[in-house]
Write a protein that binds this ligand. Structure first.
Ligand SMILES: [Mg+2]
Length: 194
């Protein structure tokens, strides 16, 4: 069984790392509008301020979200082959692998490029977990059996047919639960969580 897991805001607390960088670079990182996908609007930044934060961002960051590391380990110990699929360019692969290794969950990292389609990396996956509903919808289109949307921090209202969870830990717990066994062969529409 093959599991594809997103990294930012699924395994690692990207939001926290970005705000920490903004504070280091700009001296402030005050979220003024939570429900917007635009970081310029959310933090009321100029284009040059936003660019400065990105320029100072260190992709080796590793702030694991609560329960995420143990959830990945639980998958691995349960016989799953786990890899990460992340929407950053390939030249960042080494940083991302280093962060995972430092967190104690070494796994291969597939880098698809900025805001790119993750579909070609999901063709043989049985499980996919991501905080971006668009990637989740793509996985469902491709027939991935179990797709979980970590929707807690997504900045706008969004309809998503994937099963909605608050954390990766919740997704993995569900996967190993009696509910998962009971609905394993149910039609997709019946098992959709949102
Ligand atoms: Mg993400």
């Amino acid at each position: 069984m093959l599991a594809a897991i997103d990294l930012d805001d699924t395994v690692f607390d990207f939001q926290r790392a970005w705000e920490r960088t903004a504070f280091q670079v700009l001296g402030h990182a005050r979220c003024v509008r939570a429900l917007t996908p635009s970081r310029r609007e959310r933090y009321r930044l100029s284009a040059s301020e936003r660019a400065a934060v990105w320029a100072g961002f260190d992709w080796r960051y590793r702030d694991p979200l609560p329960g995420a590391v143990s959830a990945v380990r639980r998958l691995m110990q349960g016989g799953w082959t786990v890899f990460a699929v992340t929407a950053v360019p390939g030249h960042l692969r080494a940083e991302r692998e280093a962060a995972l290794a430092a967190a104690g969950i070494a796994m291969p990292v597939h880098c698809v490029g900025w805001r790119a389609d993750k579909g070609s990396h999901l063709l043989h996956a049985d499980l996919f977990v991501d905080d971006d509903p668009h990637h989740c919808e793509r996985a469902l289109e491709l027939g991935v059996a179990d797709v979980f949307w970590v929707g807690r921090t997504y900045p706008v209202q969004h309809e998503c047919r994937a099963r909605r969870v608050d954390t990766l830990e919740e997704a993995v717990s569900w996967l190993f639960s009696d509910d998962a066994r009971l609905t394993a062969h149910a039609p997709a529409a019946a098992s959709a969580g949102c």
